[in-house]
Design a protein around this ligand. Sequence first.
Ligand code: FMN
Length: 358
Amino acid sequence: MPNDFVRRLGLRHPLFLAPMAGETAKPAMTVAVSNAGALGSIGAAYMAPQTIRETIRTIRAGTDRPFHVNLFAPTPWQADPDKVAAYRRELVAAHEALGLPAPELPNSYQEDFDAQLAAVLEEAPPVFSFTFGMPGADQVAALKSRNILVIGTATTVAEARALEQLGVDAIAAQGAEAGGHRGTFLDSVENSLVGTMALVPQIVSAVKLPVIAGGGIGDGRGVAAALCLGASAVTLGTSFLLAEEMALGAGYRAQLQSEQAEQTALTRAFSGRHARGIRNAFLDRFAGHDDLIPDFPVANAMSRGMRSAASRAGRTEYQSLWAGQAARLARAEPAAAIVARVMQEARETLQATARLGL
Ligand SMILES: Cc1cc2nc3c(=O)[nH]c(=O)nc-3n(C[C@H](O)[C@H](O)[C@H](O)COP(=O)(O)O)c2cc1C
């Protein structure tokens, strides 16, 4: 099914592994997906610059095929003292329940974006993408001058237009069904929750760039549908979470395989930024209590100790269980088998559609 964009990237399939920062950022996963002919990705947002360099070298040692590195563009934020105090009180209770000492305030809230980007520029992966906002036009130009294909994330048509103006090479259109953090950066999240089915064709019509569709696409039927909407490629996040190479914590994996995975919600509870995950006690505690949560990255850094300890202990009520609305379609298979199956399903779906003879 290769189209111009897929050929330009040197892929066999119009399929991306979504970049997923955190415990889901596994070079083995990137390598397995790239070697299977799709675009492997690594969510490097929480990595220090030196770790980014080493991770890219590890990926290169495992594959000579294209892959993609992703960062969070900087966002405006403040550490509101009242919210920090209120959020810390909630974390103290969670730490107590997990048998941990009360949380200390972190020394720093996030990695320096410019230093992270400098590491990316040095290592020059074939593809770079960003979400949460827009880097400087000079930074995009610097990436492109090193032959790095640049993808920006949009959740609305207006964001896609702004990214085209900025000079990116392609748009990742993130529908409201998507697992993980929302990429929204122009309007409020509430005003930017457009489903994939509505978002993709509107962005395809609004910009001249290739569009990569993502959000609630769980198998080849969704891939076929997204290609019919005009997408040049499709990105799957949640559907790769059960891949063998992901080595996900046992609690998270079990939640994804349970009926609970049908219950996802948008929340700021874990990070201060809206993200979609499987509902659990910590997420529900903050429903309707946005005032208790400081901005991203403050809340994200403050809750890290709780989330890591909960992951180790299998206490899923305190974990951020990021997942999209198609979570129940995910299957536990090797990454290459997921790529092969999804593409076979997409081909069968398109052939069945052609037989309708419309
Ligand atoms: C566990 C998880 C972590 C994610 N982390 C990132 C990230 O670091 N950067 C990013 O651009 N998108 C991130 N996303 C969003 C994905 O890029 C993509 O939009 C989403 O997974 C697509 O929807 P789906 O999960 O329904 O397939 C994450 C998604 C998940 C599920």
